[in-house]
Design a protein around this ligand. Structure first.
Ligand code: COA
Length: 276
């Protein structure tokens, strides 16, 4: 049974949590209500034993048309600085939560993805788009700079000239172009999108979850470190992961070296077997 938290819906099947923006009539624009519902849903799903991967999708024609110009901007501005800062905390808060989420996360971009939508897009570890989707830093078209982290996302994911063009021109690009530019991992026809995302999610579910969390955090952390800092961080991060799950690593070595049942270069060890 789908669990409905109003502007956000989710259901869990075969260890995949399918979480969706659910304001299709408003192209899934992120209102303060939706932002609060997203945080609640992420909270509910994060440590469930029956969830191995979280997929963020959108109901209807949009993934998300960005911040709600009426409810997020106009109405909170009417409440003064207190209202503005509150709604910023709520939106940035769930994106940050998603960036460092316990489970691997996949953005499944089915349609429109504008402006503030780049926050959750970047927050997801992987991203797959429909060829039919449209991505844009539309802020310039209505008279602001790409805030709420969107400019940072553009420079993190795109080469300098492309980031500058994307932000200054405000022209939407389709899913295929988004994949060529590196905004998403892959683009494919909408009709095949869910099947491909399911396939990727299943591969992730087959891997050691402690190692996955350590790996995704390491990729984000080392981006801003020198080589020596990264080397040091990675030694310590692996040692910390070992204290949570030293057994998994030993079992992985055993299945390769002693049992010769798999090759780590070609796939994962069988984490459901345990020689003790
Ligand atoms: N904020 C508030 N409302 C929005 C919205 C947003 N970001 N995006 C869409 N909506 C609302 C529209 O106002 C409209 O409401 P109404 O039915 O009460 O009039 C409804 O959603 C449908 O939008 P519409 O523009 O008719 O849909 P469309 O399919 O023709 O176009 C978009 C879709 C996404 C191209 C268009 O809605 C759009 O440009 N939205 C703004 C995108 C944007 O700049 N976002 C950045 C914010 S940071």
């Amino acid at each position: 049974m789908p669990n409905d938290i109003d502007t956000v819906v989710y259901d869990v099947s075969d260890r995949i949590a399918w979480l969706r923006f659910n304001r299709p009539d408003k192209r899934n624009a992120m209102s303060p209500t939706l932002n609060r519902a997203m945080m609640a849903a992420l909270d509910e799903l994060e440590f469930r034993d029956d969830v191995g991967v979280l997929v963020l999708g959108g109901e209807g024609a949009a993934w998300t048309a960005g911040m709600d110009l009426k409810e997020y901007f106009r109405e909170t501005e009417a409440e003064g600085l207190r209202g503005i800062r509150k709604s910023q905390r709520e939106s940035y808060g769930w994106w940050r939560r998603l960036r460092w989420y316990q489970k691997p996360t996949i953005a499944m971009v089915n349609g429109w993805c504008f402006g503030g939508g780049y926050g959750p897009l970047f927050a997801c570890d992987l991203a797959f788009a429909a060829d039919e989707a449209k991505f844009g830093l539309s802020e310039i078209n209505w008279g602001i700079l790409p805030g709420g982290g969107a400019t940072k996302v553009a420079v993190e994911l795109l080469p300098f000239r492309k980031a500058m063009y994307h932000a200054m021109l405000g022209e939407p690009i389709d899913g295929k172009t988004a994949a060529e530019w590196g905004l998403v991992n892959e683009s494919l026809p909408l009709a095949s999108l869910k099947e491909r995302v399911t396939e990727v999610a299943k591969v992730l579910i087959g891997k050691n979850p402690v190692a996955l969390k350590a790996t995704k955090d390491a990729i984000r952390r080392v981006c801003v470190m020198t080589y020596d800092e990264a080397e040091d961080y990675l030694v310590r991060a692996q040692e910390a992961a070992n204290s949570f799950d030293n057994h998994g690593r030993r079992e992985g070595i055993r299945q390769f070296i002693d049992e010769k049942s798999y090759k780590p270069g070609l796939g994962a060890y069988d984490k459901d077997r345990n020689a003790g």
